[in-house]
Design a protein around this ligand. Sequence first.
Ligand SMILES: [Fe+2]
Length: 380
Amino acid sequence: MNNNYDIVYISPEPGSLILENKNNVIELHPLWLRERALNKDLLDPISKQRKYEHSFFDTNLKVVSAKISNYPSLEITFSDSFLGNFDINKIKSEIGWIKDNESPPEIESWKSSLQINRIDWECLEDPIKLKTMLGDFFKYGFCIMENTPSENNSLLHLASKFGYVRHTHWGKLFNVKIKKDPTDTAYTDSALSSHTDNPYREPIPGIQFLHCLENNVSGGLSTLVDGIALVEQLQTELPEHSNILERIKVRFRYEGPSAILENWGSIIERNHKNIVNRIRLSNRLDYVPALDKKSLDLFYTGRKRLNELSNDSNFQIQFPFQKGTLLMMDNYRLLHGRTKYNGNEGSRYLQGCYTDHDGVTSLYRMLSNGSKATRVPTEL
Ligand SMILES: [Fe+2]
């Protein structure tokens, strides 16, 4: 049947549905369709969860008939006499024929020429401006907010707008300033090379926030690098080496007075769409397994080049923190660091914390669906 250029018909054996339009054709499995039926009695009205066990379906189920009755409504009858109601636009969205308006924008890789947008904290009470900023976060992996409240520990409140703050053995917040007997280079005035945080944790913190409470030194610029752009460059220069950084799982380890933490993962990782979406790079924490010489030759040369690229000014943006600046960055995708400064010149005091990706992604989806929410729900 034809409606808005979509045609549905049955492939008699094996009883699949064929969906076709001007540009595409796809065979849809009867069970794939059946568990997407939208009949009101099948789904919980609040949670939208299925009220049935799909394992009860006959694995030989077939589609018997189908019609687009009142576009985009699609009715399908199955071999067990069930009449299912479907939304053909939801199906087309899921198979990628039309844009999914709910999902965040796709990743866009960037280099040092990227123009940095800064948004005033007050503007984020407007759901439209908030959605635009979150869209940029998904495209570029970070966003910068200015004029936030800058009292000590106010980061806990600020970050909770976007997600639930991760409690680690360091507490909910960490203080980035010069410390006596520093336990990390971050607590000195030295430069920090590009890195991702905490690859030894399981799961690795998804989003990092850095909030400036005080800064009156001339150096200490914050640096950001897009890990996706680095991988694109490495794939161009050294494809075989890039591939082995995807294949080999590396051990990352932290050992301190109060915790010993380990996690394994590849330096370059792809998502379910086979798109590179994660990088793990931390010079002082990685231990590759004792593999054969050829594999490790490729690994070490590839890792060395990736490190060089991560500190190459062509890939790096630098910006100063001012009192009230809040940086939100994707710790799976971006690398961050700092230029050196002179601690005798004044003080530089940042607080940091982590959240997971869930909060930001959910907030974006809610806004896409017309919600006026301007923060994730408050923790109970
Ligand atoms: Fe860091």
